[in-house]
Design a protein around this ligand. Structure first.
Ligand code: FMN
Length: 408
């Protein structure tokens, strides 16, 4: 216990001199009024909580700054969020999907923050080769959530130490529902062992200089879900991203925005909503319906990385609706931009190929012979894919991305 307090104090000291998000929070301690209420615009009003619960939370997750001021972890969470300029439009974690060049493409088109793909904490902690193959970032790749899966607090912490100076949150994957997560006992299968989840979050929150976030799924019962997010918050989690489906629900099922709204109303740290975000009207509707602080999208970005800049696929433009026009960007030009980013920030060919399929899927449906040639190509190169895009364009089929007409 004593060791952990000392370590925490030490990490606060280093945060004061580092450039990471906590320094702003520490500097802001000047603005505490004598009663400990915040006077700066940086902090949100206290709400949702009774005085007793507030006190409990205060003492369960506080430390003493150099000004001998007790700071609640939820205030720290908000200060950090505000320092990051409160990103609302976020690229969700995607295994072999949200790697550096794709994140940078999405950022160019409106994404305000992004998650890495899930990284295995044990492999990451133990192997330089795994780290360099699976994680890369650059100065402009911020704000960044680095996501890990794992079930051992010490190993998770070792992995997190490797990235804490390169990211804005270390995220724990508590949502993966796949068979491999069941056999490895991580992701959404940890929901069966809440004490273990608590120990993972506490371990990171008390030792890292960056905040911890969690990406979760829902329990079938709302009460269970609300107890779950409370446990995460009380364990020191600074942000929760909620995929609004249970562990057993698949993406065909509509995400439960009502449950996300209840979560948002029951805790005092930033909450992100995930599920059913296909275009910017979904973003606006979700923010309005749930009151969350931001939204994340995954699958729709694979098809249309320009989603957050207001571009939408023809699938979401109703025939005869003259409120939309060709936005002047199509998936061919997005593929070219993506490839240029891959030339700058190299990634595995398998990832590049998956993105090319994601973005050019519709063109391939119309021109299966081009797709077949692409499938058969043994020596893929950037030149090959650039010329494949030219070949598709030469055939004259257009799949534009649309934008809303601006009213005169
Ligand atoms: C290709 C792909 C890979 C994914 N990989 C991850 C992952 O590594 N970690 C994670 O937490 N979720 C992962 N997800 C889930 C998404 O982050 C997201 O929660 C889910 O797809 C629902 O959002 P959507 O409706 O916008 O697709 C993945 C989803 C897709 C489509």
């Amino acid at each position: 216990m004593f060791n952990s307090i000392i370590k925490r104090l030490f990490s606060c000291q280093s945060a004061m001199t580092s450039t990471n998000g906590l320094s702003a929070f520490l500097i802001q301690t000047h603005s505490l009024s004598p009663k400990g209420r915040m006077t700066s615009g940086l902090y949100p009003p206290f709400h949702h909580r009774s005085g007793d619960a507030l006190l409990k939370a205060t003492f369960s997750a506080t430390y003493t700054s150099s000004y001998s001021t007790k700071i609640r972890s939820e205030d720290r969470a908000w200060a950090h969020w505000r320092k990051l300029k409160q990103p609302k439009l976020i690229v969700a974690p995607m295994y072999e999907g949200s790697e550096l060049p794709f994140r940078m493409l999405c950022r160019k088109y409106g994404a305000e923050a992004a998650y890495t793909p899930m990284l295995h904490s044990r492999s990451f902690a133990e192997g330089m080769k795994y780290r360099s193959k699976n994680f890369s970032t650059c100065k402009e790749d911020r704000p960044l959530f680095v996501q890990f899966c794992g079930n051992d607090p010490d190993i998770l912490l070792e992995a997190a130490y490797q990235v804490e100076s390169d990211c804005d949150y270390v995220d724990i994957n508590l949502g993966c529902p796949q068979r491999i997560a069941r056999s490895g006992n991580y992701g959404a299968f940890l929901m069966d062992d809440l004490p273990l989840i608590k120990s993972l979050v506490t371990k990171l929150a008390t030792n890292l200089t960056v905040p911890v976030s969690c990406k979760i799924r829902l329990f079938p019962s709302l009460d269970d879900t609300l107890n779950y997010v409370k446990l995460l918050e009380d364990s020191g989690c600074s942000l929760i991203a909620v995929h609004g489906r249970t562990r057993d629900e698949r993406t065909k099922q509509r995400a439960n925005w009502d449950a996300i709204k209840s979560i948002k109303n029951s805790i005092n740290i930033p909450v992100l909503a995930n599920g059913n975000i296909r275009h910017m009207d979904d973003v606006a509707n979700c923010l309005e319906a749930t009151g969350v602080d931001g939204v994340m999208s995954a699958e729709s970005l694979l098809d249309n990385p320009a989603l957050f800049a207001g571009f939408r696929s023809g699938d979401w433009v109703v025939d005869g609706d003259d409120g939309f026009e060709n936005g002047g960007v199509d998936r061919g030009s997005l593929v070219v931009e993506y490839l240029k980013l891959c030339e700058k920030y190299p990634v595995k060919w398998g990832i590049i190929v998956a993105h090319v399929y994601g973005m050019l899927g519709k063109w391939f449906e119309v021109h299966p012979d081009v797709r077949d040639d692409f499938n058969k190509e043994k020596e893929l190169s950037f030149e090959y894919i650039y010329s494949m895009v030219d070949r598709l364009r030469a055939r004259g089929v257009q799949f534009p991305l649309y934008v809303k007409k601006t009213r005169g």
